[in-house]
Design a protein around this ligand. Structure first.
Ligand code: G3H
Ligand code: 13P
Ligand code: ZN
Length: 318
């Protein structure tokens, strides 16, 4: 089976009240860990590549390794550009997304969420028209999530929930296939202030679900920041005080509603870093990368199995 788009996955997920995991990839170990986990659970999966990942690994390497994962697992796998265009001018944003469409991605995100409504629509429509002409699906974003990643910088004060009054017009004028919304999640490992109660605006999600029946909604910034790994990092020379994520019960609730795609990157980083720190701390004389990357890959695999089985609900849906 070749790489697939997300169309079929989302249709089944919407109807079945579950979500597909979209996991960020940067190297061979993360690709293997995620796809081996999906294989173990017989689950469809989305592998997503950020601008930072393209810069780090060189897109050509990632593409070939993803092709290998498709060949090895035989699973329905979509290859997705994460936060396409972030931090770029509209022209450069279009060219970046176009290069991914032209090189074999089956799904792209155009992130025009930092632009005013009309400019977000214009850029998103341009991308959607091009991607659809090549059989590639498009995710867009309305509203702004707080948090800092390589190319996505939004200060807490600038974060903005999605306005349900805008979603119908945005979707119908752009023709997008899915929409990322802001309901209180954020990127990175520090999502809520210590001592505060994690909260998401399920009322906004519910309103949007009613306004766009059957339409797939995407949740970014959805890592749970498992305290086992935070502790493992802190106990082995790391320093991540007050790292807090989205409770898994909230992700399950979102998956049972209109959310069909749940983005997870920080949880992969935490599992991998925790395992590497622990291994090197316990084996100070080892220096073969295969020795410390094997438990790291296994930690990511087990984390993804848990997400698929116990949180997303996509086991057995491949
Ligand atoms: O939303 C962003 C993803 O976590 C990717 O992060 O830009 O640091 O690769 P990155
Ligand atoms: P996390 O930082 O919560 O893993 O979010 C990742 C994400 O949204 C990638 O687009
Ligand atoms: Zn994101």
């Amino acid at each position: 089976m070749p790489l697939v788009t997300t169309t079929e996955m989302f249709k089944k997920a919407y109807e079945g009240g579950y979500a597909i995991g979209a996991f960020n990839i940067n190297n061979m170990e993360t690709i293997q860990a995620i796809t081996e986990a999906a294989k173990a659970e017989n689950s469809p999966v989305i592998l997503q590549v950020s601008a930072g990942a393209r810069k780090y690994a060189n897109q050509a390497y990632l593409l070939k390794m993803v092709e290998a994962a498709v060949e090895v697992t035989g699973l329905p796998i979509a290859l997705h550009l994460d936060h396409g265009g972030a931090g770029l001018s509209p022209e450069d944003a279009f060219l970046q997304v176009k290069s991914c469409v032209d090189s074999g991605f089956t799904s792209v995100m155009i992130d025009g969420s930092h632009y005013p409504f009309e400019e977000n629509i214009a850029l998103t429509k341009r991308v959607t028209d091009y991607a659809h002409s090549k059989g590639v699906v498009v995710e867009a974003e309305l509203g702004k999530l707080a948090g800092i990643e390589d190319a996505v910088h939004v200060k807490d004060d600038d974060a903005m929930f999605t306005d349900p009054a805008e979603v119908q017009e945005f979707v119908s004028r752009t023709g997008v296939d899915s929409l990322a919304i802001a309901i209180g999640t954020s990127h990175g490992a520090y999502k809520f202030k210590p001592g505060t109660k994690p909260q998401l605006r399920f009322d906004i999600l519910e309103k949007i679900g009613k306004l766009l029946p059957g339409f797939p909604i995407v949740l970014h910034g959805a890592s749970s920041v498992d305290q086992t790994y935070v502790q493992m990092i802190n106990e082995n020379g790391g320093k991540m005080p007050d790292a807090i994520g989205i409770p898994e019960s909230m992700l399950r609730q979102a998956a049972s509603m209109a959310v069909c795609k749940i983005n997870i990157d920080s949880d992969i980083r935490l599992a991998l870093t925790g395992a590497v720190r622990k291994y090197l701390n316990e084996h100070p004389d080892h220096f073969d990368p295969r020795q410390y990357l094997s438990p790291a890959r296994e930690a990511v695999k087990q984390m993804v199995i848990h997400k698929i089985r116990d949180v997303l609900g996509s086991s057995g849906k491949a």
